[in-house]
Design a protein around this ligand. Structure first.
Ligand code: HPA
Length: 272
């Protein structure tokens, strides 16, 4: 196993050398099909994950695997285009170094985005959902096998209430419909069965997906205030006649991407 601290420091040094003393206020991790947010970045500096020791090398189409530094609306941001998913290798610690590096750089907040299936009839494909809490149905944790008392992380308010409130206000101001709901993490890569979707509804979930939860656990341990938003790309299995495919996920992500870019870039004005 790689030494997390050593790798983290190597990645940190590389990123710091490109930052020239600037500390990005916000880190953003982009989900499937959300790459176009990068086009909103002014003066971008791009570093490939392959040049950052300990960073994942994503194998999923739509996840490029690069880190972009620059400004959106004049605010310094650090964007991660691509992430590690548990289903790629059966390892929930794939984003450990990334989150530790974000912490080490001094980013004050983290916003995660993902693609998800909706369990709510009113929140169809193309909707945006602000995650209020999660249910970890995979049973995995990125903290398994770590030591020390800080592994016993309090997951209350893992989705920072303050950031959520501001995002809701900004969504209202910009006439963006922002649903709120609970995200349930399935390991993937297969989609859920209709029976699992019915069970998820009974358990209190509003959306299902294959990412985000490990990063949120790691960010909570690191003490980084974090928010997460889902782009709804489809209804959960059995809720509609449309077959579930990765291609459909990518296509429907485009519909909500404009709203998400608008929401995040206007949110950034509050960090001035
Ligand atoms: N299930 C799990 N993950 C997903 C889905 C889904 O229906 N849609 C997009 N990501």
């Amino acid at each position: 196993m790689t030494n997390p601290n050593q790798s983290s420091n190597e990645a940190l040094d590389i990123i710091r050398s490109r930052l020239n003393g600037v500390i990005p206020k916000l880190a953003i991790i982009l989900g499937s099909g959300l790459g176009p947010l990068v086009e909103a970045v002014q003066d971008p500096t791009t570093i490939s994950f392959t040049d950052l020791p300990g960073f994942p090398c994503p194998s999923v189409e739509g996840h490029a695997g690069s880190l972009i530094l620059g400004q959106i609306n004049g605010i310094e941001v650090l964007i991660l285009q691509g992430r590690s998913h548990y289903y790629e290798h059966g390892d929930a610690t794939g984003m450990l170094i990334v989150i530790e590096t974000i912490k080490g750089i001094g980013c004050k907040q983290l916003i995660l985005t993902n693609a998800a299936g909706s369990l709510r009839d009113e929140a169809g494909p193309g909707s945006l959902m602000l995650i209020t809490d999660h249910i970890n149905y995979s049973g995995m944790s990125p903290l398994i096998d770590s030591s020390g008392n800080d592994r016993f992380v309090d997951m209350t308010d893992a989705y920072d209430p303050n950031i959520r409130n501001i995002l809701k206000v900004v969504a209202d101001e910009n006439e963006i419909k922002l649903y709120e709901g609970i995200y349930m993490w399935f390991s993937g890569p297969n989609f859920e069965t209709p029976a699992e979707i019915r069970a998820a509804k009974i358990l209190g979930a509003d959306a299902v997906g294959m990412s985000t939860v490990p990063e949120v656990i790691l960010a909570k341990r690191a003490g980084i205030p974090t928010a997460a938003m889902s782009i709804i790309t489809n209804y959960g299995a059995g809720m509609s006649d449309t077959a579930l495919t990765h291609e459909q996920t990518m296509k429907n992500a485009k519909i909500a991407t404009d709203n998400l870019i608008k929401l995040i870039s206007n949110y950034l004005k509050n960090l001035r």
